[in-house]
Design a protein around this ligand. Structure first.
Ligand code: NAD
Length: 262
């Protein structure tokens, strides 16, 4: 299937590794020029080289910085001549007990997982509508549908973004101009983040990482973790011209882990 995205520009945030990188990879494979962001310049440049190798005709630019800061967002936007596609992503907040969280920790989580995507949407969405094409994909979490008790900062901040997007995506001046906004909700994907979070659990239980990973993956109906390429491919489809009638949705990619009918 041809997604008809060749020559478009995408800003893919937090994309030197993991799910963001996989989204950038799938978009580049569709002929989309990308700006990728991350805080570590060396890792980001390595990723950019990998992306360039996929298609030498595609332009890959980097913007080094923390996307949760105003300066980081300004640099990312400045590097992208025109944002046709915006993939919002940032690191997730740490686990813990809400009794220990300070106001500052809440503000950090809200900045990363709610206010940053909203700021980037605000900076790009009206120009998308004027041009008559735009795709916004927010990487959130399965925890929005099935909250994880220890991830209260994530449950709260991402649900705030989800509620905001539900209202915005349905505005006729966006949906009626072929601008779609959707949220992709990862379940358990085999990325650095999954491994570091599971390592913490393994240390706490005094068990080897591989055994804890095996137990976790057996609890998923698919009997495995997702791989990032599956996630990236779905993101590219959401950005396609074919997905024009799909907006305001929360799409769970979790190998069947969520137990509800809807
Ligand atoms: P990852 O740690 O493998 O990769 C995160 C990427 O984001 C890296 O490139 C990192 O450099 C970049 N990054 C992080 N914070 C940044 C910031 N402030 N500014 C710029 N770049 C930043 O993580 P992942 O597994 O790809 O997860 C991506 C998102 O999806 C996270 O918010 C995570 O909480 C969420 N999520 C992941 C899973 C999973 O199973 N992997 C499940 C649910 C939710």
């Amino acid at each position: 299937m041809n997604f008809h995205l060749s020559g478009r520009w995408a800003l893919v945030c937090a994309a030197s590794r993991g799910l963001g990188k996989a989204c950038a990879r799938s978009l580049v494979a569709e002929g989309v020029n990308v700006v990728i962001t991350a805080r570590d310049a060396a890792v980001l440049e390595r990723t950019a080289d990998e992306l360039r190798a996929i298609d030498p005709d595609v332009t890959v630019r980097t913007a080094v910085g923390d996307i949760t800061t105003e300066a980081g967002r300004a640099d990312a936007l400045a590097a992208c001549p025109q944002v046709d596609i915006l993939v919002n992503n940032a690191g997730g907040p740490p686990p813990g007990d809400f009794r220990a969280w300070s106001r500052e920790q809440w503000i950090t989580a809200l900045d990363a997982n709610m206010l940053t995507p909203i700021a980037l949407i605000k900076a790009t969405v009206d120009a998308m509508a004027e041009r008559g094409f735009g795709r916004i994909v927010n990487i959130t979490s399965g925890a929005v549908k099935a909250p994880i008790a220890t991830l209260g900062l994530s449950n709260g901040a991402r649900s705030g973004l989800t509620g905001f997007v539900a209202g915005l995506a349905r505005q006729p001046k966006l949906a009626g101009r072929d601008v779609t906004i959707n949220n992709l909700l990862p379940g358990a994907f085999d990325t650095d983040r999954l491994r570091s979070a599971t390592q913490a659990a393994a240390d706490a239980e005094g068990r080897p990482l591989e055994l804890v990973l095996a137990d976790r993956s057996r609890a998923i109906p698919a009997q495995r973790f997702g791989n990032a390429d599956e996630f990236g491919a779905f993101c590219a489809f959401l950005c396609s011209t074919q997905a024009s009638y799909l907006t305001g949705q929360n799409i769970l990619l979790d190998g069947g882990a969520y137990g509800g009918t809807f």
